[in-house]
Design a protein around this ligand. Structure first.
Ligand SMILES: CC(C)(COP(=O)(O)OP(=O)(O)OC[C@H]1O[C@@H](n2cnc3c(N)ncnc32)[C@H](O)[C@@H]1OP(=O)(O)O)[C@@H](O)C(=O)NCCC(=O)NCCS
Length: 169
Protein backbone atom coordinates (compact mmCIF):
# COMPACT_ATOMS: atom_id res chain seq x y z
CA UNK A 1 0.00 0.00 0.00
CA UNK A 2 1.29 3.47 -0.92
CA UNK A 3 0.68 6.61 1.12
CA UNK A 4 0.30 10.16 -0.13
CA UNK A 5 2.40 13.10 0.93
CA UNK A 6 0.71 15.47 3.40
CA UNK A 7 -2.27 17.15 1.71
CA UNK A 8 -5.30 19.19 2.72
CA UNK A 9 -8.35 17.14 3.70
CA UNK A 10 -10.82 16.95 0.82
CA UNK A 11 -14.36 15.62 0.40
CA UNK A 12 -13.13 12.59 -1.54
CA UNK A 13 -11.08 11.37 1.45
CA UNK A 14 -12.62 8.49 3.42
CA UNK A 15 -12.57 8.97 7.18
CA UNK A 16 -14.91 6.25 8.48
CA UNK A 17 -12.30 3.54 9.10
CA UNK A 18 -9.72 5.74 10.83
CA UNK A 19 -8.44 4.05 13.99
CA UNK A 20 -5.61 5.49 16.06
CA UNK A 21 -6.83 3.74 19.20
CA UNK A 22 -7.95 6.95 20.94
CA UNK A 23 -11.74 7.38 20.61
CA UNK A 24 -11.62 11.18 20.96
CA UNK A 25 -9.20 11.52 18.05
CA UNK A 26 -11.01 8.88 15.97
CA UNK A 27 -14.37 10.56 16.50
CA UNK A 28 -13.00 13.98 15.72
CA UNK A 29 -11.86 13.04 12.21
CA UNK A 30 -14.98 10.97 11.57
CA UNK A 31 -17.66 13.36 12.77
CA UNK A 32 -16.36 16.84 13.55
CA UNK A 33 -13.53 17.95 11.35
CA UNK A 34 -15.71 18.57 8.29
CA UNK A 35 -17.87 21.06 10.18
CA UNK A 36 -14.87 22.71 11.83
CA UNK A 37 -13.17 23.14 8.45
CA UNK A 38 -16.32 24.51 6.84
CA UNK A 39 -16.61 27.07 9.63
CA UNK A 40 -12.96 28.07 9.27
CA UNK A 41 -12.18 26.95 12.81
CA UNK A 42 -9.37 24.68 11.70
CA UNK A 43 -7.37 23.45 8.73
CA UNK A 44 -6.84 19.70 8.52
CA UNK A 45 -3.91 18.00 6.79
CA UNK A 46 -3.94 14.29 6.04
CA UNK A 47 -1.96 11.38 4.70
CA UNK A 48 -4.14 9.02 2.67
CA UNK A 49 -3.57 5.62 1.09
CA UNK A 50 -4.19 4.56 -2.53
CA UNK A 51 -7.88 4.10 -1.72
CA UNK A 52 -8.12 7.68 -0.40
CA UNK A 53 -8.59 6.48 3.17
CA UNK A 54 -7.25 8.85 5.81
CA UNK A 55 -4.30 7.24 7.62
CA UNK A 56 -2.97 10.25 9.53
CA UNK A 57 -4.10 13.79 10.24
CA UNK A 58 -3.30 16.97 12.05
CA UNK A 59 -5.10 20.26 12.52
CA UNK A 60 -3.87 23.83 12.81
CA UNK A 61 -5.72 26.89 14.09
CA UNK A 62 -5.10 30.38 15.34
CA UNK A 63 -5.02 30.55 19.10
CA UNK A 64 -3.86 32.77 21.92
CA UNK A 65 -2.74 32.26 25.48
CA UNK A 66 -2.55 34.55 28.50
CA UNK A 67 0.80 36.23 28.97
CA UNK A 68 0.99 34.67 32.48
CA UNK A 69 0.99 31.22 30.89
CA UNK A 70 4.11 31.93 28.81
CA UNK A 71 7.34 30.43 30.22
CA UNK A 72 9.19 33.14 32.12
CA UNK A 73 12.27 33.15 29.83
CA UNK A 74 10.03 34.40 27.00
CA UNK A 75 7.52 36.40 29.04
CA UNK A 76 10.19 38.70 30.46
CA UNK A 77 10.84 40.06 26.95
CA UNK A 78 7.16 40.78 26.21
CA UNK A 79 5.42 44.13 26.67
CA UNK A 80 3.40 43.88 29.88
CA UNK A 81 0.36 45.43 28.18
CA UNK A 82 -0.07 42.43 25.86
CA UNK A 83 -2.44 40.36 27.92
CA UNK A 84 -2.95 37.68 25.26
CA UNK A 85 -0.16 36.33 23.07
CA UNK A 86 -0.80 34.96 19.57
CA UNK A 87 0.25 31.35 19.03
CA UNK A 88 -0.57 28.53 16.62
CA UNK A 89 -2.59 25.59 17.94
CA UNK A 90 -1.66 22.15 16.68
CA UNK A 91 -4.99 20.92 17.93
CA UNK A 92 -4.76 17.27 17.03
CA UNK A 93 -2.28 14.87 15.53
CA UNK A 94 -2.98 11.18 15.09
CA UNK A 95 -1.93 8.19 13.03
CA UNK A 96 -3.90 5.12 12.16
CA UNK A 97 -2.46 2.06 13.97
CA UNK A 98 -1.24 0.84 10.58
CA UNK A 99 1.25 3.73 10.37
CA UNK A 100 2.51 3.87 13.94
CA UNK A 101 6.18 3.47 14.76
CA UNK A 102 7.41 4.12 11.21
CA UNK A 103 8.40 7.76 11.43
CA UNK A 104 5.10 9.22 10.23
CA UNK A 105 4.39 10.89 13.59
CA UNK A 106 7.63 12.84 13.33
CA UNK A 107 6.99 13.60 9.66
CA UNK A 108 3.54 15.00 10.41
CA UNK A 109 4.74 16.98 13.42
CA UNK A 110 7.71 18.55 11.60
CA UNK A 111 5.48 19.43 8.65
CA UNK A 112 3.07 21.24 10.99
CA UNK A 113 5.95 23.07 12.70
CA UNK A 114 7.42 24.14 9.36
CA UNK A 115 4.04 25.34 8.15
CA UNK A 116 3.43 27.28 11.38
CA UNK A 117 6.90 28.86 11.15
CA UNK A 118 6.43 29.92 7.52
CA UNK A 119 3.07 31.51 8.28
CA UNK A 120 4.44 33.31 11.34
CA UNK A 121 7.24 34.80 9.25
CA UNK A 122 5.18 35.83 6.25
CA UNK A 123 1.51 36.25 7.02
CA UNK A 124 0.36 36.12 10.62
CA UNK A 125 2.35 36.69 13.80
CA UNK A 126 2.62 33.76 16.18
CA UNK A 127 5.03 33.32 19.04
CA UNK A 128 4.88 29.55 19.47
CA UNK A 129 3.16 26.33 18.60
CA UNK A 130 0.91 25.02 21.37
CA UNK A 131 -0.39 21.46 21.61
CA UNK A 132 -2.99 19.88 23.85
CA UNK A 133 -1.76 16.36 24.64
CA UNK A 134 -4.52 13.86 25.36
CA UNK A 135 -2.53 11.68 27.74
CA UNK A 136 0.92 10.73 29.04
CA UNK A 137 1.83 8.96 25.80
CA UNK A 138 1.17 12.09 23.76
CA UNK A 139 2.93 14.26 26.35
CA UNK A 140 6.04 12.10 26.13
CA UNK A 141 5.98 12.29 22.33
CA UNK A 142 5.84 16.11 22.32
CA UNK A 143 8.46 16.38 25.07
CA UNK A 144 10.86 14.53 22.83
CA UNK A 145 10.62 17.44 20.37
CA UNK A 146 11.19 20.15 22.99
CA UNK A 147 7.63 21.07 23.99
CA UNK A 148 7.32 22.16 27.63
CA UNK A 149 4.25 21.99 29.81
CA UNK A 150 2.36 25.25 30.45
CA UNK A 151 1.01 25.87 33.95
CA UNK A 152 -2.58 24.80 34.73
CA UNK A 153 -3.96 24.18 31.24
CA UNK A 154 -2.09 20.93 30.49
CA UNK A 155 -1.11 22.42 27.13
CA UNK A 156 2.47 22.34 25.87
CA UNK A 157 4.54 25.09 24.25
CA UNK A 158 7.39 25.29 21.73
CA UNK A 159 8.58 28.80 20.84
CA UNK A 160 8.81 29.87 17.20
CA UNK A 161 12.44 30.87 17.85
CA UNK A 162 13.26 27.26 18.79
CA UNK A 163 11.34 25.96 15.77
CA UNK A 164 13.30 28.33 13.56
CA UNK A 165 16.55 26.87 14.89
CA UNK A 166 15.37 23.33 14.05
CA UNK A 167 14.90 24.26 10.41
CA UNK A 168 17.99 26.48 10.20
CA UNK A 169 19.93 23.23 10.31
C1 LIG B 1 1.97 9.75 19.23
C2 LIG B 1 2.09 9.37 17.75
C3 LIG B 1 1.68 10.58 16.90
C4 LIG B 1 3.54 8.96 17.45
O1 LIG B 1 3.67 8.64 16.07
P1 LIG B 1 4.66 7.52 15.51
O2 LIG B 1 4.60 7.55 14.03
O3 LIG B 1 4.40 6.23 16.18
O4 LIG B 1 6.06 8.07 15.95
P2 LIG B 1 7.37 8.02 15.04
O5 LIG B 1 7.54 6.64 14.50
O6 LIG B 1 7.38 9.15 14.07
O7 LIG B 1 8.46 8.26 16.14
C5 LIG B 1 9.26 9.42 16.19
C6 LIG B 1 10.07 9.38 17.45
O8 LIG B 1 9.19 9.60 18.56
C7 LIG B 1 9.30 8.51 19.48
N1 LIG B 1 7.97 8.31 20.05
C8 LIG B 1 6.85 7.85 19.44
N2 LIG B 1 5.83 7.85 20.32
C9 LIG B 1 6.33 8.29 21.49
C10 LIG B 1 5.80 8.47 22.79
N3 LIG B 1 4.52 8.25 23.06
N4 LIG B 1 6.61 8.93 23.75
C11 LIG B 1 7.92 9.20 23.51
N5 LIG B 1 8.49 9.04 22.30
C12 LIG B 1 7.70 8.58 21.32
C13 LIG B 1 9.80 7.33 18.66
O9 LIG B 1 10.48 6.40 19.46
C14 LIG B 1 10.75 8.02 17.70
O10 LIG B 1 11.96 8.31 18.33
P3 LIG B 1 13.38 7.86 17.69
O11 LIG B 1 13.41 8.51 16.33
O12 LIG B 1 14.38 8.41 18.65
O13 LIG B 1 13.29 6.37 17.64
C15 LIG B 1 1.19 8.15 17.39
O14 LIG B 1 1.55 7.06 18.19
C16 LIG B 1 -0.30 8.38 17.55
O15 LIG B 1 -0.98 8.75 16.62
N6 LIG B 1 -0.86 8.11 18.76
C17 LIG B 1 -2.29 8.20 19.01
C18 LIG B 1 -2.79 9.60 18.98
C19 LIG B 1 -2.04 10.56 19.88
O16 LIG B 1 -1.73 10.24 21.02
N7 LIG B 1 -1.75 11.75 19.32
C20 LIG B 1 -0.96 12.76 19.96
C21 LIG B 1 -1.68 13.72 20.80
S1 LIG B 1 -3.12 14.55 20.39
Amino acid sequence: MKYSKIVLLEKKHQKAAFNCGKPLLDNYIKTQVGQDSKRNLTVCFVIVNDANEVKAYNTLSNYSIQQEEIPVEYAKKLPKSYSRIPVTLLGRLALDRELKGKGYGEYLLLDALRRALEISKSALGSMAVVVDPLDEEAKNFYEKYGFTLLPDSGKMFLSMSKIEKVFAG
